[in-house]
Design a protein around this ligand. Structure first.
Ligand code: MSP
Length: 511
């Protein structure tokens, strides 16, 4: 079975920030999770380098758009690596392979009769590269996303007959209720469709920066069609020796609500026009907010992923984003919030559990997990967990799945308190400390159950926190990475003690 997951491709009009990292991490968790399930996974991310959003920024900086892209694309590539993204390819829309394939598909859409020449007049946001419909315009003719004044633009160009796909789109939404998730986003897209679709520009005059229209050198392809097609073109040239399209297409897309319309309306219609298979689905997430506002370069309230990673580590960042903000909703993040969860959840709950378990096995059982039956007091808490976890992640419910895994971490901590292995290990009255523990069988069972529970939890958390859980699984003597049921592995493995997974943060001076 194959699984193909994508992030939006990011405009190279500014440095990457935590908002971009968020979508990349989300897609990475899904990619890693599906690999854990033994699937053949392809994970794509990259940069969107054409169109006004980039051309205008280049002009402001007095460089060419290509120079801007050449400077910033590596920054986005580096950000992906820094957050431990396991992407299989990094696409740049200036890649020759992309440009060629975009032209092929657009030509096909033209040849299939879905393109005509016309004039467009409307209110335009150059940051969104989007003409706004009446209902999308905020007060004072401003862009609701960027807050800047919209410009009235009139253009002669090529049009894509979006309106002709109205019924097909309505049918698609009816037949595949999970085409767009969560539900409230699906409803939003569907109501946009039902309002009546207008045709959209497929091209722009050539003074703009982009991929030439194959049958008209005066025009370049509108940046949104160029950009959306990245999901398809990449498979054609990501590997020199193999066209991956048949192996991976279609994709599952991760994106935020700001670009819902393009993905949930234009994109499926365009694929229908090109006679290509439609996406497997898409999950629309919310915005990370800082002090109540969307984190964005134009608002200047961004957190630099490098700084956050420097302080907390990439795993902590990956964890925090999906724990603090319910995936799908908007949510506040803050450095103080990071710190609080790092301390109380990662260092205290998870880190201590790992540390205590490894220490007790090494101290009381000479570093070998004892052979024992799983404790019936603990087993019910693990019942059905991997299946439910898979189901949640099938629906890209990243926060809910994480919550399920975390419940186990908390349960295991309570189990330590309830079963008090240190008492079980103590010599009884009148015994020497070296003599066997009071109840050898019980201590074996508790230590086995703890190590087993920790193994199961670490496997669940592995796609979220690959580095720390990888180290922990290594210390538990677990070579496999697939999800496991509680009790599916016996004892007998040697364990190792390791340094704290989440060391306490250094107190900052002045705090
Ligand atoms: N280039 C287009 C996307 C083309 S996809 C075929 C674009 N680029 S962008 O650089 O503006 O990135 C937008 C995406 O970045 C959002 O949809 C979201 O995935 C991510 N985010 C940017 N800021 C964000 C937040 N503050 N919070 C959450 N996600 C954010 O649009």
């Amino acid at each position: 079975m194959s699984y193909y997951v994508t992030t939006p491709i990011y405009y190279v009009n500014g440095e990457p920030h935590l908002g971009h990292a968020y979508s990349t991490i989300a897609a990475d968790i899904l990619a890693r999770h599906h690999r854990q399930r033994g699937e053949d996974v392809f994970f794509l991310t990259g940069t969107d380098e054409h169109g006004e959003p980039v051309a205008q920024q280049a002009e402001r900086e007095g460089v060419t758009p290509r120079e801007l892209g050449d400077r910033l694309a590596p920054r986005f590539k580096r950000m992906a690596a820094k957050v431990e993204a396991s992407n299989d390819f990094f696409i740049r829309t200036t890649d020759e392979g992309h440009v060629k394939r975009v032209q092929e598909v657009v030509q096909r859409v033209h040849d299939n009769g879905h393109v005509y020449e016309g004039t467009y007049e409307g209110l335009y946001c150059p940051r969104c590269a989007d003409f706004k419909t009446e209902s999308e315009v905020a007060e004072g003719n401003t862009c609701p996303i960027h807050g800047i004044e919209l410009t009235k633009e009139k253009q002669d160009n090529w049009f894509f007959k979006l309106s002709a796909f109205q019924e097909d789109l309505e049918r698609l939404y009816e037949e595949r209720p999970d085409f767009v998730t969560p539900d409230f986003r699906r409803n939003e897209a569907l109501s946009f469709i039902k309002q009546g679709l207008r045709d959209v520009s497929l091209s722009r005059p050539t003074l703009k920066w982009g991929v030439p229209v194959p049958w008209d050198t005066e025009q370049v392809i509108y940046v949104w069609f160029d950009a959306l097609l990245n999901y398809y073109t990449a498979l054609g040239y990501a590997r020199e020796d193999e066209d991956l399209t048949g192996r991976y297409w279609p994709a599952f897309h991760i994106l935020a609500k700001d670009i819902l319309k393009f993905h949930a309306v234009y994109w499926p219609a365009f694929l229908m026009a090109a006679e290509l298979e439609l996406p497997r689905g898409m999950f629309i997430h919310g915005f990370l907010l800082m002090e109540g506002q969307k984190m964005s370069k134009s608002l200047g309230n961004v957190l630099d992923p490098d700084e956050v990673i420097e302080k907390f580590g990439a795993d902590a960042l990956r964890y925090y984003c999906f724990r603090e903000v319910s995936f799908g909703q908007d949510g506040q993040i803050s450095p103080a919030g990071f710190e609080a969860r790092y301390d109380s959840e990662l260092a205290n709950e998870f880190g201590n559990l790992a540390n205590r378990t490894l220490s007790m096995v090494s101290r009381y059982r000479a570093s070998v997990v004892p052979e024992a039956e799983p404790d019936p007091a603990l087993a019910p808490d693990f019942e059905g967990v991997p299946d439910r976890f898979n189901e949640l992640l099938d629906g890209a419910e990243l926060s809910q799945a994480l919550e399920d895994a975390w419940k186990l971490v908390r349960r295991l901590n309570r189990y330590v308190e309830e079963s008090r292995p240190w008492d079980l290990a103590k010599a009884g009255p009148g015994r020497e400390a070296e003599e066997p523990a009071l109840d050898v069988a019980r201590l074996d069972q508790v230590l086995y159950s703890l190590a087993e529970g920790l193994r199961v939890a670490a496997l669940l958390l592995h796609s979220y926190m690959p580095d720390t859980t990888g180290r922990l699984l290594g210390a538990l003597g677990e070579p496999d990475r697939g999800l496991a049921a509680f009790g599916s592995r016996g004892g007998g493995q040697a364990v190792e003690k390791i340094p704290p997974l989440f060391p306490k943060l250094e107190a900052e001076s002045g705090d």
